[in-house]
Design a protein around this ligand. Structure first.
Ligand code: HEC
Ligand code: HEC
Length: 465
């Protein structure tokens, strides 16, 4: 029955002592402030090198097949990497597996880097990637390019994982991310004790809703006591970050070897600074905005400038009222997935404990992180702060030069509900339909009571954070 008593080591959350040796403890955290947890120290430079060079995903497409399909990356998309990684784009890493085969896999930057007005920003969440297609067919086809037996064995491993996760990770709209579902499916295919993979599902999956998530920027981790929108990621953050290895890392020994350098990766993440607002600011208006912000918003989002404070607050669904699906125990935050995590190798140092609410995030570099809310349902700050102007059915270009300086966010076109948008007429994947389950744009009406002038001032101030 695992080791439920370990959970009681962590103070500050509502876990029942009575659970030791009997039923497992409650997995839910209360809303309100999140306590701080001890973190392991690490070396930021070593962490950056590991992030872009190491094989923490554990498997991939044999390099020989990759080279037959993909050309070398354009210069802008390369990182300063030597050897075999030099010609790969930033979001792929080439490494040798235990069997000696060189493979290519996506790395963390697949989701955690994005271009912004022509420049690649490491740590900025991707909001243009397309997860609306089932790519497992391509994974299977790639096998036709491979003849060497050792390479075929590596390809088969990778193909099995892709085929297992594909049906549960398809989003309705380009730009939102299915990572929370991906985690749940990977947990469900593994034995919690040994991490051994099974092509069969070992536990029931959460209800089949692919919850859309907007990838948060890494620089927030300087202030956040818990990872994830619902504050579920508690304890040691480095151990939680390495769950990306659940795609292909199949033994506890391998996982432990990766965990040994993840405190370095976390140390690197904590060095990231948000990009500065690149346009003019009306300093007098921003000063007025600071007063409004400190009076209306700071109790949840903290204060900025000379004296920085951050309350690390989870706001209950009844108060924030944004789309409830994610915080109601979906995807990796569903009960089965949480219990799997807490019983597994990952639960040794960390634990998942979701709350029925959302963390009020730090707003540093907020201008760069549109679209807004945990599901990316609001394209601009102007729309976020005046809920009557939020589009309910809209499209955007997904061009990260197409920035609206006045509204602070992405230019968008509101459409009549149901209308198709080119170029994928009929599929509607470039339309954000806020009527879909998990895609709602309601709630967070804290800006509505402000006057138009006060809202303008707050937006001017937010540009400076
Ligand atoms: C497939 C996309 C994807 C990949 C790959 C990925 N992440 Fe994430 N990451 C996400 C999403 C989406 C979230 C937000 C989930 C949530 O809060 O519900 C997230 C959240 C996080 C957070 C918490 C941020 C916060 O503000 O709470 C950290 C830290 C993080 N990821 C680090 C990593 C690291 C390190 C790697 C590589 C080992 C990685 N991620 C790989 C998509 C991804
Ligand atoms: C009662 C607490 C509370 C107050 C007051 C509040 N917020 Fe928030 N805010 C939140 C929470 C919680 C979220 C996350 C909601 C979600 O993602 O569903 C959020 C999200 C946001 C976001 C989007 C962050 C992102 O990256 O998606 C912005 C911007 C923001 N708030 C600005 C403000 C401003 C400006 C004010 C004052 C006018 C304000 N908030 C008042 C709790 C609050």
């Amino acid at each position: 029955m695992g080791k439920p008593c370990t959970f009681t080591l962590y103070a500050g959350i509502a876990l029942s002592l009575a659970a030791c040796g009997g039923d497992e403890p409650s997995i839910e955290s209360p809303v309100g402030p999140i306590p701080a947890y001890d973190q392991r120290a690490g070396d930021a430079e070593a962490g950056w090198q590991a992030l872009i060079n190491n094989g923490y995903v554990g498997c991939g497409v044999p390099r020989s097949a990759y080279n037959q399909v993909f050309s070398p990356a354009p210069t802008w998309a390369r990182l300063d990497r030597g050897g075999t990684n030099a010609s790969l784009p930033y979001n792929f890493t080439s490494f040798r597996t235990g069997s000696g085969v060189e493979v290519v896999s996506p790395n963390c930057l697949q989701c955690h880097a994005e271009t912004l007005r022509g420049q690649l920003v490491i740590g900025l969440g991707s909001h243009t990637a397309d997860y609306t297609d089932d790519i497992s067919g391509l994974a299977v086809l790639a096998g036709g390019l491979i003849t060497d037996p050792a390479e075929r064995a590596e390809w088969e491993k990778w193909r099995d994982r892709v085929v297992a996760v594909a049906p549960y990770t398809i989003t309705k709209t380009v730009g939102v991310n299915p990572a929370d579902n991906l985690a749940a499916v990977l947990f469900a295919h593994r034995d919690a004790e040994t991490l051994a993979w099974s092509n069969e599902l070992l536990m029931e999956l959460p209800p089949n809703i692919v919850v859309p998530v907007d990838v948060p920027p890494w620089w927030r981790m300087q202030k956040k006591n818990a990872m994830f929108y619902d504050g579920a990621g508690r304890g040691d953050h480095a151990r939680i970050m390495m769950t990306a290895s659940t795609l292909c890392v199949d033994t506890v020994d391998e996982a432990r070897a990766i965990d040994a350098y993840f405190p370095d990766v976390r140390a690197y993440l904590l060095t990231l600074q948000p990009p500065a607002w690149p346009f003019a600011v009306d300093a007098a208006l921003a000063a007025t905005g600071k007063d409004v912000f400190d009076g209306t918003c700071a109790r949840c989002h903290g204060t900025y400038g000379e004296v920085e404070t951050y309350p690390n607050l989870i706001v209950g669904l009844d108060e924030v009222n944004t789309d409830p699906v994610l915080a109601s125990g979906a995807a990796q935050f569903a009960e089965g997935a949480v219990r799997w995590f807490n019983r597994s190798f990952f639960g040794e140092l960390s634990f998942l404990s979701p709350a029925r609410g959302y963390v009020a995030p730090p707003l540093d570099g907020i201008w760069a992180t549109a679209p807004f809310l945990h599901n990316g349902s609001v394209p601009t700050l102007a729309a976020l702060l005046d809920s009557s102007t939020r589009p309910t059915y809209f499209t955007r270009s997904y061009d990260t030069n197409d920035y609206d300086e006045a509204a602070v966010g992405w230019r968008f076109t509101a459409l009549p509900a149901g209308q198709d948008a080119e170029p994928d007429a009929g599929r509607k994947t470039r339309i954000y339909d806020t009527g879909q389950l998990g895609y709602g744009n309601g709630g967070h009406t804290f800006g509505d009571a402000l006057t138009a002038e006060q809202r303008r001032a707050v937006i001017e101030y937010l540009k400076t954070l």
